[in-house]
Design a protein around this ligand. Structure first.
Ligand code: BGC
Length: 736
C-alpha cells in the first residue's frame, strides 16, 4: 500500500517537474524579447514571396487581412471599438452576420470615461474591453478615439475624450495598456484632425503648427510614446492638401519619425486614395468600405486596393523599392508577435460579472451633476411617493446606432428600468413626451407616432407627480450623436425645449437627465431644480443613473468639455463658416490654440458650464498650498501639495485640478492650461494631503519658429481648482 502511494507521489512529482520544464520551454518560446521578435522577423521576411508580402498589406474582408497559411502566419481580425466589441459583420458587406454568440458588455462611451478623471478606471475599462475582444478572437480593437472636442456639433464627440489634450493623454494611456495586456492591439484613432463628420472624407484642415502640436497631437503622441500602442488608424480628412492617412508630414515626419512609432498604421475604411502615397507615406494595412468583392463585377475587388495589385505592380517593376513593403510586413509581424502569434496570451472572457461591475463603476464615476438647487438630489427611495419619468430617452436603447461604434449588448438597462428598480416603493409614471422616429445611419425617418398626443399625455402625467425626471437629450441617430454627419443645431431636437417649458409650468419640481455625448443649449436651465449629464452609459445605464439619483453613489464626474451658452460662444463657431464647417474644400482652424476652456478663459466669455465642472452631495475645503521649491530649472519636476477636507455629511470624491499660466511670454498663451489632476476619496470630516508632481517641461509652448518646445524663464502661476472656472488656491514659482 505504502509503495503504491510512494509511487503515486513520485509519479505526481515527476509530472509536476515535467510540467514545470515544459512550461519553462514553452514560456521561453512564447515570451519573446523585443530582440528575439526582430530576429524572428528577420528569418520570416526572406521566406515570403512578394505577393504574400503585398497581401498582408490590405484587407481580404470587411474586418480582416490575410495571413500566410503556408508558413502558419495567421490572418489579422479587427473589430470596432471603442466602448465594446461590435457584433460580427459579414465577410464582404456591412450586414450583421446574425451570430448568436457575439453579444457583449457595452461599456460607457469615452466621454463618460474621460469625465471620471480617473486613470485607474481607464485601466480597468481597457482590461475588461480587451478581454471581451480577445474572447471574440479579435487581434485589433479599433479604438480608442482621441480627436479633440472642437465643436459641439461634431457627431462623433461621444466617442472621444473631450477638449483637453492633457486629460485625453492621461486617460488614453491606461486604456491602451489595459487592452493590450490581453494580447489584443488597441488602435488609436483617427489620426489626425478628424474633428467633424461633415465632409470628413475630403475636408482640408488648415491649422498652424503650434496648434497642431499643442492641441491636436498630444493625445496621439501619448498613445504612442507612453501607451506603447501597437496600431493607429489614419483619418479620412485632409491636412496640408494631402489625405491624413497617407500624409507625409503626419505619418513619416511626425508619427514614424519624431515619435519613433514602430507599430502598424491601419487606414480608416476607404481613407487611402493613391498607391504611391499609401506605399511611401506610412500606411501599412489598407482597409475599405466601398468594395464588395462578392457582388461586384470583379472576382475579388480587394485586389484593386491601392496597396494590392497596383502596389504589387510597382514593386515588381522596381518603381517602388522592396524595402518599402518589407518595412510594412515587419511592422505587421511585430504586431502579430504581440497578438495572434503570442502563444502566452489569455483566452479572454465576456459578459462576466467583473465586466458588468467595471461598466457600472465607470458609468457612475463619469455622470456629472451640473445643478442641484435645494438639494433636489439625492431622492430618498423610502419616502418619495410619485415620480414622473418623462422623455423618450428614458427607454430608448442607446447602444444601437451611432455608426461604427454601435453595439449588440447582452443587455441594456434603460434609465426607466433602473429608476423603477431602485425606487420600487414609489409609484413611477412614465410618458414618452415625443418620439424621434426610427432612424438609421445616414438617414432620418419621420416618426409614426402622433407627436401632439405624446405631448399632451406627458403634460397630463406631469400633473400627477410629486417630482419629474425629464430624461431627454440627443440620441444615436443621424444628425444627432452619430458618425457620418454633424448635428444641425445646438438646440435639443424633437421639440424638447417647448415640452420642458410646459412641464415646468405645470410642476416646477423638475430635474433634467441629459443623455447625450455633446453640449446642448439650455434655455430652461434657470427654471429647473437639477440637472444631471448622463452621457451614453452602455449596459448598466439605468442602474448607474439610479445609483446617482438615489445617493447610493455620490457623483464625482467632471465635464471633459465646456458647455457654451450659445453656439457662437464656442471658439470654432465664432469665426464663421470657414472655420466650421469650411467651404466643403477647405477649413481654417482660426481659433488656433484657444480651444474649449482656453478660449472661454482667455476671451473672458462665461460658458454655461466650464470644463472640469461637476457637483457633489458633499463639500470640499481646500488649503495649505505648498510647492517643494520656489525656483526650478526646465528639467525639474514641480511638486505641488495642498490639503482637501470633506466638510459635508457623506463620503465623496473630488477631482483636484492643477492649472498653469505663463503671464509673461514672447508668444500668446492661454489664460491657463490643465497640467495635472488627482481624484481623491474622502470620508465625512476627513482631510488629506494631495501631491501633484509635474515636469516643468510640460509648461512649454511649441515654437513655430524653431519647431520645438520652449519654456521661457520667468514666473509661472499655479492654480489649484475644482473646475477650470473655480480657483481654490494660487501660488507662483520661478523658472530659471
Ligand atoms: C470609422 C472607423 C471605424 C471603421 C470600421 C469607419 O467608418 O470612421 O472609426 O473603425 O469605419 O468600422
Amino acid at each position: 500500500m505504502e509503495t503504491t502511494n510512494q509511487n503515486k507521489l513520485m509519479k505526481k512529482s515527476l509530472f509536476v517537474l515535467l510540467l514545470a520544464i515544459l512550461s519553462q520551454i514553452s514560456f521561453a518560446q512564447v515570451q519573446l524579447s523585443d530582440e528575439e521578435i526582430e530576429q524572428k522577423i528577420d528569418e520570416i521576411i526572406p521566406q515570403l514571396s512578394l505577393r504574400e508580402k503585398v497581401d498582408m498589406c490590405h484587407a481580404q474582408s470587411k474586418f480582416s487581412s490575410p495571413g500566410v497559411p503556408r508558413l502558419g502566419i495567421p490572418e489579422i481580425w479587427m473589430s470596432d471599438g471603442p466602448h465594446g466589441v461590435r457584433a460580427e459583420i459579414n465577410w464582404d458587406n456591412w450586414g450583421y452576420a446574425g451570430w448568436t454568440n457575439d453579444s457583449i458588455t457595452a461599456f460607457p462611451a469615452l466621454t463618460c470615461l474621460a469625465a471620471s478623471f480617473n486613470p485607474e478606471a481607464a485601466l480597468e475599462y481597457g482590461v475588461a474591453v480587451g478581454e471581451e475582444a480577445r474572447y471574440r478572437k479579435k487581434d485589433i480593437l479599433l479604438g480608442p478615439g482621441v480627436n479633440i472636442y472642437r465643436t459641439p456639433l461634431n457627431g462623433r464627440n461621444f466617442e472621444y475624450m473631450g477638449e483637453d489634450p492633457y486629460l485625453a493623454s492621461k486617460m488614453v494611456i491606461p486604456y491602451i495598456k489595459g487592452v493590450q495586456s490581453n494580447g489584443v492591439s488597441a488602435c488609436v484613432k483617427h489620426y489626425a484632425l478628424n474633428n467633424q463628420e461633415e465632409w470628413r472624407g475630403h475636408i482640408n484642415v488648415n491649422v498652424d503648427d503650434r496648434t497642431l502640436h499643442e492641441i491636436y497631437l498630444p493625445a496621439f503622441k501619448a498613445a504612442v510614446t507612453e501607451g506603447g500602442v501597437w496600431s493607429l488608424m489614419g483619418a479620412y480628412n485632409k491636412y496640408n492638401g494631402q489625405h491624413a492617412t497617407t500624409n507625409k508630414v503626419l505619418m513619416n515626419d511626425i508619427l514614424k519619425g519624431e515619435w519613433g512609432f514602430d507599430g502598424v498604421v491601419v487606414s480608416d475604411w476607404g481613407s487611402a486614395h493613391d498607391t504611391d502615397e499609401s506605399a511611401l507615406n506610412g500606411l501599412d494595412i489598407e482597409m475599405g468600405s466601398w468594395t464588395n468583392g462578392l457582388t461586384a463585377s470583379r472576382d475579388f475587388a480587394y485586389s484593386d486596393y491601392y496597396l494590392a495589385d497596383p502596389f504589387y505592380a510597382k514593386l515588381k517593376s522596381g518603381e517602388i523599392a522592396e524595402s518599402v513593403v518589407n518595412d510594412k510586413v515587419r511592422r505587421i509581424l511585430r504586431l502579430m508577435f504581440h497578438t495572434n502569434m503570442n502563444m502566452a496570451r489569455n483566452f479572454g472572457c465576456k459578459n462576466n460579472k467583473e465586466h458588468h461591475d467595471v461598466a457600472r463603476k465607470v458609468a457612475t464615476e463619469g455622470i456629472v451633476l451640473l445643478k442641484n438647487e435645494d438639494n433636489f438630489f439625492p431622492i430618498d427611495p423610502e419616502t418619495t411617493k410619485t415620480i414622473a419619468v418623462i422623455g423618450e430617452n428614458a427607454t430608448k436603447m442607446m447602444t444601437l446606432g451611432g455608426g461604427s461604434s454601435e453595439l449588440k449588448a447582452q443587455y441594456e438597462i434603460s434609465p426607466l428600468e433602473g429608476i423603477q428598480k431602485r425606487f420600487s416603493k414609489a409609484t413611477i409614471l412614465h410618458s414618452m413626451g415625443y418620439s424621434s422616429g426610427p432612424s438609421w445611419y445616414g438617414s432620418v425617418v419621420e416618426p409614426k407616432e402622433n407627436q401632439d398626443s405624446l405631448y399632451q399625455a406627458a403634460l397630463e402625467t406631469a400633473k400627477k407627480a410629486d417630482l419629474i425626471l425629464f430624461v431627454g437629450g440627443l440620441n444615436k441617430d443621424h444628425h444627432q450623436d452619430c458618425e457620418g454627419g454633424d448635428r444641425l443645431s445646438y438646440d435639443l431636437p424633437f421639440n424638447q425645449n417647448a415640452l420642458l417649458k410646459d412641464i415646468i409650468n405645470i410642476n416646477p419640481n423638475t430635474a433634467v437627465i441629459l443623455v447625450s455625448g455633446n453640449a446642448v443649449a439650455m434655455p430652461w436651465l434657470n427654471n429647473i431644480k437639477a440637472l444631471v449629464q448622463a452621457w451614453y452609459l452602455g449596459s448598466e445605464t439605468g442602474n448607474a443613473i439610479a445609483d446617482i439619483l438615489s445617493g447610493d453613489v455620490n457623483p464625482s464626474g467632471k465635464l471633459p468639455f465646456s458647455f457654451p451658452v450659445k453656439l457662437e460662444d464656442n471658439a470654432a463657431h465664432s469665426f464663421g463658416e470657414l472655420s466650421y464647417p469650411g467651404d466643403s474644400i477647405d477649413e481654417y482652424y482660426k481659433e488656433g490654440i484657444l480651444v474649449g476652456y482656453r478660449w472661454f478663459d482667455t476671451k473672458k466669455i462665461k460658458p454655461q458650464f466650464p470644463f472640469g465642472y461637476g457637483l457633489s452631495y458633499t463639500n470640499f475645503e481646500y488649503g495649505d498650498l505648498k510647492t517643494d521649491k520656489k525656483a526650478y530649472t526646465a528639467d525639474d519636476n514641480v511638486t505641488v501639495s495642498f490639503t482637501v477636507k470633506n466638510t459635508g455629511k457623506v463620503a465623496g470624491s473630488e477631482v483636484t485640478q492643477l492649472y498653469v499660466s505663463d503671464p509673461k511670454c514672447s508668444v500668446m498663451r492661454p489664460a491657463k492650461e490643465l497640467k495635472g489632476f488627482d481624484k481623491i476619496m474622502l470620508q465625512p470630516g476627513e482631510s488629506k494631503e494631495v501631491s501633484i508632481s509635474v515636469p516643468v517641461s510640460s509648461f512649454a509652448f511649441y515654437s513655430e519658429e524653431n519647431h520645438k518646445w520652449v519654456v521661457e524663464p520667468g514666473k509661472f502661476i499655479l492654480q489649484i481648482n475644482s473646475s477650470s472656472a473655480d480657483n481654490q488656491l494660487k501660488g507662483t514659482i520661478e523658472v530659471n
